[in-house]
Design a binder for this molecule. Structure first.
Ligand SMILES: [Zn+2]
Ligand SMILES: [Zn+2]
Length: 172
């Protein structure tokens, strides 16, 4: 979805994107309907984009490897600025300094690619650690059983409490 700056009316442009099947994100399976809201506004020679996304996905737990439902949620604001001819020619690399307040994206042509903006925000919204639960017990290192649902024999010996290990050592 490419929006030319000319197409943005003086009062701004707001719309929502419900179909996220276009976003190719590794390790993520879309689940059900998501909502992305985007609004674009021209201000001076720039275009301001404000948006939010709320997308239900299925992720794999880092500990127990089971898949679990998760909702990606992100709010974002970006500023698009056009490169001048000199900057485009590589003469003004200092213009690429990131703004401290807002994320500035420099464009060679006055077109905002909404889908690639959303795809980037999806990446940012992904949790660094993917856990089905904070209390996920993971897999038994001995037999590979999922300790959340089916405690195994070896799990009792290798219990989380250091005192249990101590007790075992004493017996030996
Ligand atoms: Zn888990
Ligand atoms: Zn086990």
């Amino acid at each position: 979805m490419r929006i030319k700056w000319d197409e943005i009316p003086a009062g701004g442009l707001s719309f929502s994107v419900d179909d996220v099947s276009w976003v190719p994100v590794d390790g993520v399976v879309w689940q059900g309907q998501g909502v992305c809201a985007v609004s674009l506004r021209k201000e001076g020679g720039r275009v301001l984009l404000a948006g939010s996304l709320r997308l239900p996905v299925v992720l794999d737990c880092d500990r127990c490897l089971e898949s679990f439902a998760y909702t990606l949620a992100e709010e974002f604001e970006l500023v698009f600025e056009l490169l001048t001819k000199e900057e485009e020619a590589g003469l003004g690399s200092e213009y690429f300094c990131p703004s401290s307040e807002l994320d500035v994206v420099y464009l060679a042509e006055p077109v905002v690619d909404v889908f690639s903006v959303l795809a980037e925000q999806v990446y940012l919204a992904l949790p660094e650690k993917r856990l089905c639960s904070d209390k996920c017990l993971g897999l038994c290192p001995e037999c590979g059983a999922n300790l959340n649902c089916c405690p195994c024999g070896c799990a009792r010996d290798a219990g989380a409490s250091p005192f249990k290990v101590l007790g075992k050592l004493k017996v030996q």
